[in-house]
Structure formats: C-alpha cells, structure tokens
Design a protein around this ligand. Structure first.
Ligand code: HEC
Length: 94
C-alpha cells in the first residue's frame, strides 16, 4: 500500500513539473507578479495593451526583468503561454 502511494506521488510530481502551463503558473505565482497586477491588467481588453502573442511575451520579458525575477527565455515563454491560455487567448505562433 505504501509503495503504491509513493509511486503515485512520484508520478504526480513528475507530471506536475513538466507541464508548460503549470510551470508557467508556478513561475508566475512565485515571482509575486500579482503584488502589482490586478487580474484586469491581463483579461480586460480595455486595460491591457498586448495585442498579439509576441507582444505579450515581450511585456512578460520586460516586466520580469524590471522586477528581478531572473527568468530565462524559455521561462518567459512558459509564463507568456500561461497568461495567454488563462486570459489573453491569442493565437500563438512559434
Ligand atoms: C512593481 C510593480 C510590478 C510588478 C511586481 C510586476 N509588474 Fe507587470 N507591469 C507593471 C506595470 C506598471 C505595467 C504597465 C507598463 C506599461 O503599460 O507600460 C506592467 C505590465 C505588464 C504586462 C503587460 C500587460 C498588458 O497587456 O498591457 C505584463 C504581461 C506583465 N506586466 C507581466 C508581469 C509579470 C509576469 C510579472 C512578474 C514577474 C510582473 N508583471 C510584475 C508593474 C509590475
């Protein structure tokens, strides 16, 4: 019984860490972005400025730099994907 639980937990944590969406969320939550931001900054079309996915990514990049999150490019990409899936809903280009 314990062994099965351990295996289940390991599988759970491995899957958790490798999903783009979830690691984007984790990065976002850990960087305390919401200390300044209101959810309206991202989901209200009259407030937000990004109009396409690459603009969103640029803004994530600029904002994390200003706030010393020290994300790598791929981490910026995950967070942009996360915000896009949750709020912006742009068509994402590679
Ligand atoms: C110290 C306050 C502050 C923190 C912390 C902060 N931001 Fe921002 N962010 C701003 C301000 C102010 C703007 C608006 C800048 C502008 O419009 O020129 C902005 C704009 C943005 C935008 C553009 C929104 C749009 O579509 O107009 C995104 C995306 C963003 N921030 C992401 C983040 C992320 C991700 C983090 C966490 C790493 C973060 N921000 C942390 C203040 C902050």
């Amino acid at each position: 019984m314990m062994k099965m639980m351990t295996v289940t937990l390991i599988v759970f944590f491995c899957t958790y860490g490798y999903t783009d969406m979830i690691s984007g969320k984790k990065l976002f939550d850990n960087a305390k972005c919401m200390e300044c931001h209101n959810i309206k900054d991202f989901n209200d079309k009259t407030v937000r400025k990004a109009k396409i996915f690459t603009q969103l990514e640029d803004k994530v990049s600029a904002c994390q730099m200003e706030n010393n999150a020290y994300w790598f490019d791929d981490e910026v990409h995950y967070v942009a994907q996360y915000l896009n899936k949750e709020h912006y809903h742009f068509i994402e280009k590679e």
